[in-house]
Design a protein around this ligand. Structure first.
Ligand code: NAD
Length: 340
């Protein structure tokens, strides 16, 4: 975003933007130039900032001493991370920034998850055959939609809040019991299935086979009562947990909607087709990929603020000098050799 450029140039940083980089967010090259950047080839810069993980061809453009920052999928793109390491590139993966209070301003996972959670509800509302709010009209009273959110991290919490604002009757479920209070704080009910799978770093752990079976059965019973189910459950480095079985979909009322935000890692619903909207048992199942890209203005604005804050942490007198004594930089640098 052009907005952050003056704060960087003030610190002595020269900003080069690839031609057309902002077009997806309706930002013309001129806006970057007016903010103090130049348009050119960013691949020769000391620091290269991207959104999506680099392609193999992009990795090949980088060499010793350069720094790369972006979503680098460090748990899934092992070959690329290996290639970056071998080339002597210092790579910082925003996914690996620790979820600690001090790092909230840098937390790109959260900023993008907020966009996804919000947009998932709008998608559900537009696919639904029913209203979200209760309506009392001369033609009769319409009951509010019942909305269940499975997996209440950042995206799930935003989905609950957005569905509530639209007038839905909301319920949240997660395997981390600490989430119950957060769910209630956005006016939703907490669905308690008695499974505690809190893992490390605030993330969930994968369930045992026995817990999975118990969870699927309990959810199958619960899901029947909802008009809309939004799923966001993820376990770092693992395929998305299967929460909604085919039988659970079959049990839903015709016209109900499932929005599965876990499509990139296989989906939380057994009948999800990642990237597609399909109708199964008269239930619409949407699994949009990269939802933040559908709201490019605010997604870009938030991401650029995250990146500016990360760069600021690495700059000393306008020079790049990351201090790996800082947990945020140590954890997010995925190409550094760490002594055992
Ligand atoms: P995530 O995207 O990794 O997962 C989404 C949710 O799915 C999580 O709440 C997880 O518990 C849940 N989940 C996983 N397996 C499940 C299953 N089998 N059934 C039901 N739910 C399941 O999560 P996230 O949004 O990235 O948040 C991860 C953590 O980071 C949370 O504890 C969040 O509060 C924390 N966080 C902290 C900060 C901060 O303090 N700086 C900022 C953002 C997030």
């Amino acid at each position: 975003m052009p907005k952050i450029i003056p704060s960087l140039t003030k610190q002595g940083v020269e900003v080069v933007v690839e031609a057309g980089a902002g077009l997806g967010a309706l930002i013309p090259d001129d806006a970057y130039v007016a903010a103090g950047a130049s348009i050119g080839d960013p691949w020769s810069a000391e620091v290269v900032v991207k959104v999506a993980p680099p392609s193999d061809a992009e990795v090949a453009k980088l060499s010793d001493g350069q720094t790369l920052i972006g979503f680098l999928a460090p748990r899934n793109a092992e070959n690329q991370i290996g290639a970056l390491k071998a080339a002597g590139v210092q790579a910082f993966a925003v996914e690996a920034i620790p979820r600690i209070s001090r790092a909230q301003v840098l937390d790109a996972l959260s900023s993008q998850a907020n966009v996804a959670g919000y947009k998932a509800v709008l998608l559900a509302a537009s696919e639904s055959t029913r209203f979200f709010p209760m309506l009392t009209t001369a033609a009769g009273t319409v009951k509010p939609a019942t909305v269940l959110v499975l997996g209440v991290g950042v995206a799930g919490l935003q989905a609950l809040a957005t569905a509530k604002r639209l007038g839905g009757r909301t319920t949240g479920y997660d395997v981390r019991p600490e989430v119950a209070d957060q769910v209630r704080s956005v006016g939703a009910q907490w669905l308690d299935l008695g499974i505690d799978a809190a893992g490390e770093g605030g993330y969930a752990r994968e369930l045992t086979d026995e817990e999975k079976a118990k969870q699927q059965q309990a959810l199958e019973d619960a899901i029947k009562g909802f008009d809309v189910v939004i799923t966001t459950a993820l376990v770092p480095g693992r395929p998305a947990p299967r929460l909604v079985t085919a039988a659970a979909v079959e049990g839903m009322k015709p016209g109900s909607v499932i929005v599965d935000l876990a499509g990139e890692t296989g989906g939380n619903c057994e009948l999800t087709e990642p990237g597609q909207t399909v109708v199964k048992h008269e239930v619409t199942i949407c699994s949009p990929l990269n939802l933040p890209a559908t709201m490019p203005e605010h997604a870009s604005e938030l991401y650029s603020k995250n990146i500016a804050a990360l760069l600021e942490l690495m700059l000393v007198d306008g020079k790049l000098a990351p201090d790996f004594g800082d947990q945020v930089l140590a954890d997010s640098c995925v190409t550094r050799e760490v002594d055992a």
